[in-house]
Design a protein around this ligand. Structure first.
Ligand code: LMR
Length: 400
């Protein structure tokens, strides 16, 4: 069966981790996949998570299936976190939330749902975007287009072009937006920028699909949800894919959610009925453990406070690594002004390193960076940052 079939290329992000694992170099550094590491280079289990797991182990009485859409308490707590506790859409039951296996699972359920009722629509993604957006929406059968977002010259947002492009997208098409901590660029819209994007959506009638995988990694849980709140206030149809991989560190528990926000409660009920049928044919019902852990934390004042502190620590360590990288590159005499790295938000920086430099770093120094130059700042530590900066200086001299 496979004789005449070419092997598929490795995944541009997770494939790097496979190569990293195989690399015998003791000085290897993984700046690829978006996984948080502490200053010892370890991906920790948060103390709040550990405590919740102990509670869960003592309390759980069954491993029976969850409902198709997941535990209702989980959905309700996700809504409060993502939309805000006092959100009018929650009060008026305009939002339908399902428990999905990670942010990717949430995007996939949303993509399949939209394909059913909007088969001719195109999906618009930012230029650049997370590579898997193309994979997920492409595999769901959508044609994919891109809208302007990042300006490589200014290393910032191309706001005028963005608004111009969004103003040309027709009604019914789907626009994937990064609600915070844009992946891969780290360049976000400010509040006035989001207001303008919402206005475009209202005028044009396209459907916003917010990818909200990094809530809490920008400025904080509340600050980072401005875009979601703003779309919710508009009363239009939109979708939000959220994830607890990063902010709870629940990567391998595949814990995420899809929230479909509708103009009214009747529509939300219809949306939920179809969400269930999409889930049933994809994975039947979600895995329980991560969702139950997140539920315990979000529902317990003490654990919640502890989680917020730990999330703040992760956020602040990444910010400190941004500054250390900018200083290190200057100290090593790498030509250019890298101060833009400190202005970007979230886990990633579009470093401006060329593909030749990226290849050289991997081949010569076992430093793994995603093609296009995206660096995961959380892979830097006070131990390895000087080594990385020196390697970049050598690479730029050799091939930059
Ligand atoms: C990333 O962008 O590195 C993360 O979102 C992990 C992934 O699944 O690609």
């Amino acid at each position: 069966m496979w004789k005449n079939i070419q092997p598929a290329p490795p995944d541009s992000i997770l494939g790097l981790t496979e190569q990293f694992r195989k690399d015998p170099n003791s000085q290897k550094v993984n700046l690829g996949v978006g996984v948080y590491k502490d200053d010892d280079g370890k991906t920790p289990i948060l103390a709040a998570v550990k405590e919740a797991e102990i509670m869960l182990l003592a309390r759980e009485t069954t491993k029976s299936y969850l409902p198709i859409s997941g535990d209702p308490q989980y959905s309700s707590l996700v809504q409060q976190l993502v939309l805000g506790k006092d959100c009018e859409a929650i009060k008026n039951k305009r939002a339908a939330t399902i428990h999905a296996p990670g942010g990717t699972g949430a995007l996939k359920v949303g993509a399949d749902l939209l394909k059913r009722f909007n088969p001719e629509a195109k999906v618009w993604v930012s230029s650049p975007t997370w590579a898997n957006h193309n994979g997920i929406f492409g595999d769901a059968g959508f044609a994919i287009e891109s809208y302007s977002y990042y300006n490589p010259d200014s290393k910032g947002l191309d706001f005028e072009k963005l608004i111009e492009d969004l103003g040309k997208i027709p009604a019914g098409d789907i626009v994937v937006l990064h609600a915070c901590c844009h992946n891969p660029s780290g360049v976000d819209l400010d509040q006035a920028g989001w207001d303008a994007v919402v206005t475009q959506a209202e005028q044009q009638g396209w459907i916003p699909f917010l990818d909200f995988a990094y809530q809490g990694f920008g400025e904080g849980i509340f600050e980072d949800r401005y875009a979601v709140e703003r779309f919710s206030m508009s009363g239009m149809d939109f979708l939000v894919a959220s994830s607890f991989s990063k902010n709870f560190g629940l990567y391998n528990e595949r814990t995420g959610a899809l929230t479909v926000v509708c103009p009214n409660a009747e529509d939300a009920t219809v949306a939920m009925s179809h969400l269930k049928t999409v889930i049933r044919t994809n994975f039947s019902n979600p895995p329980a453990h991560g969702g139950l852990v997140a539920t315990l934390i979000l529902d317990d004042t003490q654990l919640y406070e502890q989680w917020l502190i730990e999330l703040g620590e992760m956020r602040n360590r990444i910010k400190a690594m941004r500054s250390a990288l900018v200083k290190g590159l200057a100290d090593c005499g790498v030509p250019g002004d890298f101060s833009f790295i400190e202005k970007q938000r979230g886990m990633f920086s579009f470093s401006g390193l060329s593909d030749d430099v990226v290849k050289w770093l991997r081949a010569e120094k076992s430093i793994f960076v995603v093609g296009g130059g995206r660096i995961n700042l959380a892979g830097l530590t006070t131990q390895n940052v000087d080594h990385v900066c020196q390697a970049i200086a050598e690479a730029v001299k050799a091939v930059g």
